[in-house]
Design a protein around this ligand. Sequence first.
Ligand SMILES: [Mn+2]
Length: 356
Amino acid sequence: MDNVMKLRAYLESKNMDAYFIAKKVNVRYISGYTGDDSYLLITRNNKYFITDPRYTEQAGQECADYEIINWRKAGRTLADAIKGLVEKEKIQSIGFEDDYISVNVYNDFKAKIKADLLPASHVIEEMRIIKTPQEIAFLRAACEISCRAFERILGDIRVGVTEKELAAKLSSYMVFEGADTQPYGNILISGARTSLLHGIPSNKAIEYGDLVLMDFGCQYNGYLSDMTRTVVVGKATEKQREVYELEKQMLELSLAKMKAGVPVRDIYRESIKPIQDTEYLQYSYGNIGHGIGLFVHELPSMGENFDDVLQAGNVRTIEPGIYIPGWGGIRIEDQILITENGYENMISTTHELIEL
Ligand SMILES: [Mn+2]
């Protein structure tokens, strides 16, 4: 069953006439369109691609089996264009992504469209949880590109270079290795700043003895990789080595548990075993992974507060970490395909401590 058929099966099950899609990655997932600022209205029998003149040519090429609507021509606002389709198709109910549509757009829809607007978020997101073989191939390729870029950036990390310079190089290496050119907010931070879970690369220069934490990834045909490695510039101190070893055990125990059918809470419990009775437990974080695909943080999440179970065909990251304010943080992150009997690690880079 293709994605549109799956969505139509959902419409039927909910007795809904149409579904309106505005999230960029959901538009791409359903239609294959790779551009911006476009919307889909999928009815039981028709497919409408709603965009503006900047994108009509591209939409015609990428979504040839859709009827392409230029909303700027059809009316004053997006709602005017949809109003016309609702009348033409005699649509009585439309599901929409209520976790995304702005209040502004919603109010305009409500005022103009004579159909029930039914909040129905996460419909496409739920479909995206199990990856197809094609999606898995793209995700694997994105991971391989990141691993090659990591090998290259190691040669550039030295005293005096700034975090920003290294972050820019790392991004360019991924493009040279085959990634899409879409920007991606890579984290490359050093020294005590590594305790910032999502720190932003700064003008700080690398110093001898620094931890350098790189949490990065790229996009390949729209599909993302996400990996983290933490290295030491020079010789690791005793404490750096101790924390690194604990972190590595946290990751590897989590990996060993990965298999379809395992509750994510069990993975979390496994992950904290090495630090359970140590001072470091307070420096860990309850979320240790997330689904990944067309979007970097997608369903399902992984951590102490989630009830779901690993399923074959999930692609997830696993990234426990230890973050000590004022001292620094260490994280290792891999991207995993869950299988019936275990997992495939899409990230081939070593877990061993790298001293540069
Ligand atoms: Mn991640």
